[in-house]
Ligand binder design. Structure first.
Ligand code: UTP
Length: 234
């Protein structure tokens, strides 16, 4: 399969631990024996810290976004270093370059691309551009909920959603002050129009990400043992 994997910075670059990068790199090397991979890395807490200070210094939103993009690319570069020979050596700067990089046969790792979006949107757009079979969004929540599970004890996790249903949920979440949906609206709109099967799941344990991808590849029924997150299927 051709897979576009989004790994949140809050997952991969948490504390910038060497072990965290090596664990993801090990899992990606194994997966790449069977699948073509493009990995999009987020900025995490460092990006938020840099953006906050940039704003305090008077940067506008687009300028702040460029600073966030730089951090995502630094995180991507660290993952490339951890992957060594198995990775394309630099993060592609745009979608066309990402497609060319994939033809090297190596794992491609990239960060942000242009202001006004997040790396979830980068993942959805690059997936559409390269005609990926599967999008996996490995983030800091274990799926898409009807409400914020930290605030609402009655929030339920969806096992399966259509892209249209996901768009509705994301719009209603983003309308509520202070709420943040696990996938940004632009990403969801791209997923809707490209109709690429997508899984939103917790990314803390890279082996679980690999398990879910392998299960998806075999087309087997979801096993109760594997935390599945939410599957978006048209
Ligand atoms: P992230 O994708 O990490 O944003 O990009 P996030 O929502 O904070 O994601 P998590 O929490 O790590 O999962 C960091 C910042 O970089 C800029 C945006 O400012 C974003 O908030 N960015 C990223 C862009 O402007 N364009 C891009 O293509 C990517």
């Amino acid at each position: 399969m051709l897979i576009a994997l989004s790994v949140g910075g809050s997952i991969l670059a948490k504390d910038l631990s060497t072990e965290g990068f090596l664990a993801y790199a090990g899992m990606l090397k194994e997966l790449s024996k069977e699948h073509k991979l493009i990995v999009v890395v987020g900025g995490g807490v460092a990006a938020r810290d840099y953006i906050r200070t940039a704003r305090n210094l008077g940067a506008n939103e687009a300028e702040s976004d460029y600073i966030g993009i730089s951090i995502t690319r630094l995180n991507a570069q660290l993952l490339i270093t951890a992957l060594g020979e198995d990775a394309y050596p630099v993060p592609p700067l745009d979608y066309k370059e990402a497609q060319r990089a994939l033809s090297s046969g190596k794992i491609v790792v990239m960060g942000g691309v242009i202001p006004g979006q997040t790396t979830d949107a980068v993942t959805a757009i690059v997936a559409e551009y390269i005609k990926a079979d599967l999008i996996v969004i490995a983030t800091s929540v274990d799926g898409v909920y009807s409400a914020d599970p930290k605030k609402d004890p009655n929030a339920i996790k969806y096992e399966t959603l259509t892209p249209k249903e996901l768009v509705k949920i994301v719009i209603s979440t983003e309308m509520k002050a202070g709420s943040q949906s696990p996938v940004d609206l632009l990403a969801v709109k791209i997923i809707e129009r490209s109709n690429i099967k997508t899984i939103v799941m917790h990314g803390a344990d890279p082996m679980k990400v690999a398990d879910v991808i392998m299960q998806e590849n075999m087309g087997s029924m979801p096993s109760k043992k594997i935390p599945l997150g939410t599957r978006i299927v048209g």
